[in-house]
Design a protein around this ligand. Structure first.
Ligand SMILES: [Zn+2]
Ligand SMILES: [Zn+2]
Length: 447
């Protein structure tokens, strides 16, 4: 009886503050997501105790009175743990970066380990990539060393061209090495087709002919005769033999200017300036097979002899005439060229050897013959009308120029008349076809 009464009057124990609605992932017990490490002594120690009794998780204040409060609930101290538990629940729900591991729950620590594993795998992959890169770089470095060794030890012909071609094509060092090996073993010969190579080949062809070009092509990086012919268009001017005739000039205009102009599809008419100048010539008589005659004699006097080689006497006649001074070897060659305004280059239309004895009337003859040939060949309709005739500062040509091109006053019907007639002091005299006289500035300054 006394026992039973003791049991009835014994005060109820404080059950502690029950933790429910804890933020733990589905399928895991509440206590798996509690910061157990914070129960240990230290600065992070919680200000209350956590217990798991029969799968119930409880928080108990250190000051727990051990006696139940109202309605057999937790004691007064344990009841006030609620805000602290809320803060703890927030920490268990979200793991902030850089939180000390001592504050984390077991589940959070597992996540940290997972993250570590992932990082480790990424770093391993990185390391593998790096080692592959290093291997490639090392082999490339080895290729470079081999290239330097190859360049230092062997005398590779055409080396510069080989390297230029390879670099232009973005070839790798190992491929260049293979090419060098080929060059050494099998005579691989790269060739440059640069403008310099073209010019050099052309010079060699002109000075030494096809044979020299072919021989040098075997040893220098220049074009072979066949490649040169493929890359260059050659124009043929008929050299003047004997008196200058309109036929020869017209023939030159057709082959040098009209045909290339039509081939290039240039249809626009432009103004043309004819230019005359002299250039040095090797003093020699040459045999011209196409006309079976002797070339290189001055044009002014070659009409004094028969330049055709019909028999032995013809040759003797020419030799005697040269000896007697009736005819001379050309010291210079007089070239008349047509320059089209707005185009680069020059169309040579007359090349005549001269002994420099022309007087003003000879020059007038040249001026008139070339201009007449230009118009007779129809070049004024295909390329353009002649606007001016340019000469150097030579006194004879100047005199002849004044006679030829300062003759006719600019006609009233000319479209330029209205503008030019109002400029006081301007000389309005022109030649035929309203061609004006012009002097090359460089020559004028020299004079
Ligand atoms: Zn309590
Ligand atoms: Zn002469």
């Amino acid at each position: 009886m006394s026992q039973a009464s003791t049991a009835i009057i014994a005060p109820l124990q404080c059950p502690g503050f029950q933790i429910i609605d804890w933020p733990n992932p589905v399928g895991t017990p509440t206590h798996a997501n509690l910061p157990w490490l914070r129960l240990a002594e230290g600065p992070d120690k919680l200000s209350f105790d956590i217990e798991v009794i029969s799968r119930n998780t409880l928080a108990r204040s250190f000051d727990c009175t051990q006696k139940a409060g109202n309605d057999a609930g937790p004691c007064n101290f344990c009841v006030h743990l609620e805000p602290k538990l809320k803060a703890l629940a927030e920490n268990a729900r979200v793991r902030r970066p850089h939180t000390r591991h001592g504050l984390l729950t077991p589940l959070q620590l597992v996540k940290v380990i997972h993250k570590r594993d992932q990082n480790m795998n990424a770093l391993k992959l990185w390391g593998l990539n790096d080692s592959r890169k290093i291997r490639c770089l090392l082999s490339e470095l080895e290729d470079h060393t081999s290239l330097v060794m190859a360049l230092a030890q062997s005398n590779v012909p055409w080396l510069r061209n080989l390297l230029q071609t390879a670099l232009r094509n973005g070839t790798s060092i190992s491929a260049i090495l293979r090419k060098i090996e080929e060059a050494l073993e099998r005579g691989y010969r790269p060739q440059g087709h640069s403008q310099e190579a073209l010019n050099l080949s052309l010079l060699i062809l002109r000075l030494g002919g096809q044979g020299l070009l072919y021989s040098l092509n075997q040893f220098l990086a220049i074009l072979s005769p066949r490649t040169l012919y493929r890359h260059t268009s050659f124009v043929k001017i008929v050299p003047t033999v004997g008196r200058i005739t309109q036929d020869v000039i017209q023939q030159n205009i057709t082959s040098v200017a009209l045909v290339p102009h039509a081939t290039a599809g240039l249809m626009t008419l432009r103004g043309v300036s004819l230019l005359v100048d002299k250039t040095a010539l090797e003093e020699a008589a040459v045999y011209l097979p196409q006309s079976n005659s002797i070339g290189g004699l001055c044009w002014t006097h070659s009409s004094c002899v028969d330049v055709t080689l019909n028999n032995y006497h013809s040759a003797l006649n020419i030799a005697n005439a040269l000896k007697a001074g009736r005819v001379h070897l050309g010291k210079e060659i007089m070239v008349v060229g047509a320059h089209v305004f707005g185009e680069d280059g020059l169309y040579p239309i007359l090349a005549a050897p001269t002994c420099k004895s022309e007087d003003a009337s000879d020059m007038e003859f040249i001026f008139n013959t070339t201009i007449n040939s230009w118009y007779a060949s129809g070049a004024d309709k295909e390329i353009g009308p002649v606007w001016s005739f340019t000469t150097d500062g030579d006194a004879t040509r100047r005199k002849a120029g004044h006679r030829t091109f300062l003759q006719t006053p600019l006609p009233l019907t000319s479209p330029l008349y209205g503008t030019l007639s109002n400029l006081p002091g301007l000389n309005l005299l022109t030649g035929a076809h309203e061609i004006t006289l012009n002097f090359d500035y460089k020559h004028s300054l020299q004079a």
